[in-house]
Design a protein around this ligand. Structure first.
Ligand SMILES: C[S@@+](CC[C@H](N)C(=O)[O-])C[C@H]1O[C@@H](n2cnc3c(N)ncnc32)[C@H](O)[C@@H]1O
Length: 229
């Protein structure tokens, strides 16, 4: 099944469930300070939450944050930013939470959830300053192609959630997934975004994967998408 069909099936299911979900969301008190565990239940969170309401100037989302090494480093470097780390593997999230506690980081929250659902349901439009996609899973077997996330629809969704002037950083050591993601984002309207292909910024934090690939002598490819004002 093509990515496009998969996406529309997902959207259709979402629309059909909307009524029930809004009702449920109104009934529960959402504690935005405590939602890393248990796994996020999307019928129990409010729609389109603007995390800036928690008192931060900027919100960043790290998609597929793993054990949160990059997330921790970004939160340390930007104390006025709330950094959200979205990850599907619970054990990775636990490591991330433990390490954030050890570092005494208050401006970090881990979302144990599929990043697509986080983007669809949880994040308000034009509320994110930065989105990171660092070393996404390549899904390079043909039968796994449908799991590739970085389709045109993914980029459109990211851009809706991004505030004007906001940025998406994409980095990969995998040529095919990098080319796929770049080709998909470049089909979007050039009047609304700028896509810059370059080396990663000199101060771009290095995660576990980045360091591992570097040790193995692998090269990375990077691009940045900027949403025009
Ligand atoms: C290769 S690792 C990279 C981890 C991290 N970004 C880094 O640079 O160290 C990819 C991560 O993305 C996570 N992941 C894959 N699909 C995801 C999804 N739909 N939502 C959230 N996380 C996802 C995987 O569980 C894995 O931890």
């Amino acid at each position: 099944m093509s990515n496009v069909r998969e996406y529309w099936k997902f959207r259709l299911r979402t629309v059909l469930k909307l009524g029930a979900m809004v009702k449920a969301a109104q009934q529960v008190e959402f504690d935005a300070n405590n939602f890393s565990k248990p796994r996020l239940e999307f019928d129990k969170v409010p729609f389109a939450f603007d995390f800036r309401k928690l008192g931060y100037q900027q919100i960043a989302l790290d998609i597929g944050c793993g054990n949160g090494e990059f997330t921790h480093q970004w939160a340390t470097m930007h104390s006025d930013t709330l950094v959200l780390g979205s990850e599907v593997v619970g054990e990775q999230i636990n490591k991330g939470i433990r390490h954030a506690r050890t570092l005494g980081l208050a401006n970090i929250k881990f979302l144990h959830a599929d990043a697509l659902k986080v983007l669809h349901f949880l994040i308000a439009d034009a509320s994110l300053a930065t989105i990171f996609v660092n070393f996404p899973d390549p899904w390079n077997k043909r039968r796994h192609f449908k799991r590739r996330m970085h389709t045109v629809e993914f980029w459109q969704l990211c851009l809706r959630r991004l505030e004007p002037g906001g940025e998406i950083h994409f980095i990969s050591d995998h040529q095919e997934i990098y080319s796929f993601a770049l080709q998909q984002v470049q089909t979007l309207c050039a009047a609304k975004i700028a896509v810059t292909v370059s080396l990663p910024p000199a101060d771009y934090p290095k995660s576990k994967y980045a360091r591992k690939w570097e040790r193995m002598g692998r090269t990375f490819q990077y691009f940045c998408v900027t949403k025009f004002v």
